[in-house]
Design a protein around this ligand. Structure first.
Ligand code: TYC
Length: 102
């Protein structure tokens, strides 16, 4: 993790160094059952993708097995995984949404 230290600041005050928040990739995984148009809708609704970007990401997941929906701080990434998974289960789709450290 990158840390920044003001060179003027004495090393003893290191507790007050600024630390960038750790980022997490939110990913979708492919499966054989979730409809393509549903995945596109998820990407538009939860990840604010344009229709064209959503289509492209969906096809990448379909062809490569996995695709990145976005990169967020932990709490936001976790919330998106939870909301997308709940939406998919509500519609009885097996879609899997995961997060991984950048
Ligand atoms: N493979 C699915 C199909 O052919 C489409 C799909 C795309 C499913 C992306 C999941 O994350 C996914 N209907």
């Amino acid at each position: 993790v990158a840390t920044r230290r003001n060179p003027q600041q004495p090393v003893l005050e290191r507790q007050t160094q600024i630390r960038e928040p750790r980022l997490y990739r939110v990913c979708l995984l492919n499966d054989d059952f979730t409809p393509m148009d549903y995945v596109v809708r998820i990407l538009e609704e939860y990840f604010h993708k344009s229709h064209e970007d959503a289509l492209q990401i969906m096809m990448e997941v379909h062809n490569q097995g996995k695709g990145i929906c976005g990169v967020y701080p932990f709490d936001l990434a976790e919330t998106k995984v939870t909301l997308v998974t709940a939406d998919a289960r509500q519609h009885q789709h097996p879609l899997r949404c995961t997060m991984e450290k950048e």
